[in-house]
Design a protein around this ligand. Structure first.
Ligand SMILES: Cc1ncc(C[n+]2csc(CCOP(=O)(O)OP(=O)(O)O)c2C)c(N)n1
Ligand code: SF4
Length: 290
């Protein structure tokens, strides 16, 4: 059940990167002009997925790896809402991987924030799909969500931020929320959010992050260019961050899913379902099932 409750004190370890996301989400929603009663935060399962408990807003704790299905459902029930799904790399890229890929294709105008700490924090530090080779005996190379996102040809918004740079994170989240509120489709932001308890990567990541906007040839409207810039940056041992994809203009043939299905933006949660206005439709339905 989606409910608005008073926030509870955070259960995160002091210094966890997720605090940066919590602060940035609050600030970005304000700056983007989202009234708290119009915002819904859908949390995944994991330390990161508790985020909705620590903000005074409408929130729901989703099933593990299923937060995107629930977030898309909320958006389609009432497209007027600003819907933010937020969880971890284990939640999104392991058990939730099928939903992750399809979210880009579905292209509902929701924001998905993945707090990537390269491990499963809540269950005590096991390797996740983004863990480095050798971490806790991991023998699989890490999965890269940005390269995957860039390979899906839908005009959505794609970015990576770092919890050690809250100012840029707020700017990126404001842009993502505005993109959603203009019904332009799915916005994906992966935040590099270190787990200070099981693998504190703050110092290492601070030394290695490179804002792609500073690279020669940067063009976030061109997926091929951005794929090349990201892979070149990664091959040099650095971590690309920044806005990775931003369509140059709205594409009227590819609006957010909610506009395709509900052009008047009135979803079933707020539609008039009374008999007086819908008698004809109800009678048709009854004839169909008779
Ligand atoms: C269906 C199901 N499988 C497994 C679990 C156990 N579990 C809880 S949190 C979690 C992983 C969390 O990792 P991540 O999404 O990276 O979040 P973090 O805790 O690092 O923020 C797992 C496997 C569960 N709660 N439900
Ligand atoms: S275990 Fe790691 S991810 Fe979880 S709250 Fe603590 S620092 Fe954050």
């Amino acid at each position: 059940m989606v409910q608005s409750v008073k926030p509870v004190p955070s259960t995160w370890c002091p210094g966890c990167g997720d605090f940066g996301v919590l602060a940035a989400v609050k600030k970005a929603a304000q700056e983007a002009g989202v009234p708290p009663y119009d915002e819904v935060l859908v949390g995944g399962i994991g330390c990161s997925g508790g985020i909705h408990n620590f903000i005074e807003t409408n929130g729901i704790h989703a099933l593990h790896g299923r937060l995107l299905a629930q977030a898309v459902g909320i958006k389609l029930a009432n497209p007027q809402l600003t819907v933010i799904a937020a969880g971890g790399d284990g939640d999104g890229y392991a058990i939730g991987m099928g939903h992750f890929i399809h979210a880009f294709k579905k292209n509902a105008s929701i924001l998905y924030i993945v707090m990537n700490n390269e491990l499963y924090g809540l269950t005590k530090g096991q390797a996740s799909p983004t863990s480095q080779l050798g971490y806790e005996g991991n023998v699989e190379p890490p999965f890269d969500a940005i390269l995957t996102a860039l390979s899906i040809p839908v005009p959505n918004f794609i970015a990576r931020t770092f919890s050690g740079d809250p100012k840029t994170m707020i700017q990126v989240l404001v842009e993502a929320i505005k993109f959603n509120r203009a019904n332009r489709g799915f916005a994906f932001v992966e935040d590099l959010s270190p787990c200070v308890t099981y693998n504190d990567t703050f110092k290492d990541w601070r030394a290695r992050v490179v804002d792609v906007a500073t690279l020669p040839g940067y063009d976030p409207s061109d997926r091929q260019t951005m794929f090349r810039l990201c892979t070149e940056t990664m091959h040099s041992g650095k971590i690309p961050i920044g806005v990775m994809h931003r369509p140059s203009a709205p594409d009227p043939s590819m609006p957010g899913l909610e506009l395709k299905l509900l052009p008047d933006k009135i979803g079933p949660a707020v539609a008039d379902i009374g008999l007086a206005t819908n008698r004809g439709a109800y009678e048709k339905l009854l004839r169909a099932v008779a």
